[in-house]
Structure formats: C-alpha cells, structure tokens
Ligand binder design. Structure first.
Ligand code: ZN
Ligand code: ZN
Length: 375
C-alpha cells in the first residue's frame, strides 16, 4: 500500500515526510494502523550518526500504538481490531534469553539496526524505489507499519490508544531502570541524572519503589519543575551542585542508586554517577551514547574498594510482554502518570519542529498523533 513516512536520507539531514510503499503482512506479520508515535531521543541518534545503521534511508520511530488492520499467515494470538503497543526489542518468548527471563535481550533483536524483516530478511518499506530500514524493525513515523508479531504487544481496548504509545519505550525504560535494574528499595537515596522522557519515569519508578529521596540533576528549569510533579524530592541544576547537596543530605553516605538517563551519554557521566553513588551502591547506565565512543575514565580504586556496581540496562531490564500491560494497568489505577508526559502533540509534517523542541528542552515527550488526514 502507499502511505507516508518520515524518512532520513543521511546523517545530518532533516526528516523528510514523503510517500512510502509498505508491504502487506507476510508469515508471522501484522499490519497496524498507528494512533501515535513518541519522539524519542534514540531516533535523534540516527540524525547525528551516533547510532550506526546498515545504510540510509531509514524510517524513524520506535514508540507506537495502534490497531491491527491486517494479519498475515502463521500469526497466533493477534487478530484484526486488536489494540497493540510496539516493542522496540522484539520479544519471541522462546529463544535462550527469552526463556531465561530476559525478553529485553531477545535474539530476534539481532538485526535491529540492519532493518531486515524477521519473517524473511526482506525490507518491508520502500521510498523513491529504494529499500528503507525501519528503526528498531518498526518505523512508527508512519500512520501504518507492517511488523513481526514479536514486535507488538496486545493491550486492553479500553486504554486510550494515543497515550499507550509511551510505554513502548521511554516510560518502560525509565521505570524499569529504577524498579528492576537499580532495584530501588524503600528508604533508599536515589539520584536520576537527566529528566527527559526516560529520566522522568525513572523518577516515577524510584518514587513508587519507596525511595526516601529522589534527587534529579537536570539543567533545564522547566524539566526540574516537571520532575518535582512526578515524584522528585530534590532537583539540582548541575552535577557539581548535586554532589555537594547529596553529600550534605545523606551525611556523606551518598546515593544508594544512581541512574544515568541523559539523552546523549558521555564517558564523564559514568564517573560522575559512580562518585554520586555510595559504598556498595549501584550506578545504572540507561542513556545512549555514540556507538563509536569508547572513552570512559573511571576510578578503579573507587570501584573496587567501595564495592560499587556499574550496570548497563536496555528496556529497563523488563520483559515487554509483561511490563507493557502491567504499566498500563498502573496508569489505569492512577498510580503511573502518562498524560502529563505527552507535553506537545505534533502532526507528522511537523516532526522536525518536534525534534527541535526536544533539542531545546521544551518537552518531556513530544508525540506525533495520526489523524484521518494522514491516512
Ligand atoms: Zn526510545
Ligand atoms: Zn526471544
């Protein structure tokens, strides 16, 4: 079918909204009419070249929600009309990592940046006659996607579809970074570095887990205010300020857990996090950096003698098939804020404005909302 999508033709270019050709579902695939797509910082890494892809063009977007409109052969557990949220890591439930409870590391994610369809290794999107890589095998910057069944998670039909997109990436990643990977316990001191679409949800997760203090480092004033609304107890403008205040507040013990959720992580952020973390504490690396960046300087002395734990995290260490419905259930019960996160809604045509606003720190999460005019 012909539809449209936001395509990136090379590093440093703008998103180009143009006609695309989208394939019908093949073995194990479904087609989904999307209601919304989040504007995640990870797609910005395609613009800067920080995330290496096999080639350009790429169709961006990996945080979507919608309704299944077509079902290919061999699909089980999904039918036309089902409401779904996309999972930026496919989760098959059967491969060795999935079987061991690590769905966020599913082997089907092997070609995530190569863009070849799980079903048959083809490309399901073409633009100007060329094959297009769909970001994270999704490409939600289009009102329609054709994706493998492992890349979507069915949700309850009474959940507002637009807002549900948020749990496809940012919310779950932040929440799980606090509740699962940092394993925040009641009474702990937690530092969150960077209050964007991911960090705000690390704040929500840490608060829900019973942290005594949720201390946020964020240079943008408006985001510091939002963080306070979402459960932060203290906010600091810089790491220097935080280091001094956390030291004071904890009587020198520092944080039990520190979570790095900055949008473009640098080597020095890791040492900052480690220094903010006290003896026997854990620093979690959630934010993404440039794939080519291997420059990290650490105090090995501190790491060893103070028995600190440095841990990476993808999708907040959570299983998409379990976490997505669970978080939406918390939202329905009023225990997780989602509406407050979608600070500006854009049409697909305004996507470059949406990313400019992200760079300018104007949003927690900008969202593209699709209307009939897009289809
Ligand atoms: Zn994302
Ligand atoms: Zn798997």
């Amino acid at each position: 079918m012909k539809t449209k999508g936001a395509i990136l033709w090379g590093v440093g270019e703008e998103w180009s909204v143009e006609e695309i050709e989208l394939g019908d579902p093949r073995e194990g695939e479904v087609q989904v009419q999307l209601a919304a797509s989040g504007l995640c910082h990870s797609d910005e890494h395609l613009v800067t070249g920080g995330t290496p892809v096999a080639f350009y063009p790429v169709i961006g977007g990996h945080e979507g929600s919608g309704v299944v409109t077509k079902v290919g052969p061999g699909v089980t557990g999904l039918q036309e009309g089902d409401h779904v949220v996309t999972a930026f890591i496919p989760a098959c439930g059967q491969c060795p990592p999935c079987s061991k409870g690590m769905q966020n590391l599913c082997d089907l994610g092997a070609n995530l940046l190569a863009g070849t369809a799980i079903s048959d290794g083809s490309y399901r999107v073409q633009a100007q006659g060329k094959d297009v890589i769909p970001m994270c095998l999704l490409g939600t910057f289009s009102p329609y996607i054709t994706v493998h069944q492992a890349s979507v998670v069915k949700i309850e039909p009474d959940i507002p579809l637009e807002i549900a997109a948020l749990v496809g990436c940012g919310v779950t990643t932040g929440w799980g970074s606090a509740t699962r990977v940092a394993d925040v316990r009641p009474g702990e001191n937690v530092v969150v570095m960077g209050a964007g679409g991911v960090g705000m949800n690390a704040v929500q997760g840490a608060a829900a887990a019973g942290a005594k203090r949720v201390m946020v480092i964020e240079p943008v004033a408006r985001k510091r205010e939002w963080a306070m609304d979402l459960g932060a107890t203290h906010v600091f403008e810089s790491a220097e300020e935080a280091t001094e205040k956390v030291n004071e507040l904890t009587w020198g013990r520092m944080a039990d857990k520190t979570i790095i959720t900055v949008g473009d992580i640098q080597g020095e952020d890791v040492q900052t996090a480690l220094s903010l973390t006290g003896k026997g504490g854990r620093a979690v690396v959630t934010g993404m950096g440039n794939a080519a960046n291997t420059d990290v300087k650490l105090s090995l002395f501190e790491l060893t003698l103070l028995q600190k734990d440095l841990q990476g995290a993808i999708f907040g260490g959570l299983a998409p098939r379990a976490a997505i419905p669970e978080l939406l259930g918390l939202y329905q019960e009023g225990q997780l804020k989602l509406d407050e996160l979608a600070t500006t809604k854009y049409s697909l045509e305004d996507i470059n404005q949406g990313y400019q606003d992200m760079r300018d720190g104007k949003n927690i999460r900008g969202m593209v909302v699709y209307t009939d005019a897009d289809r």
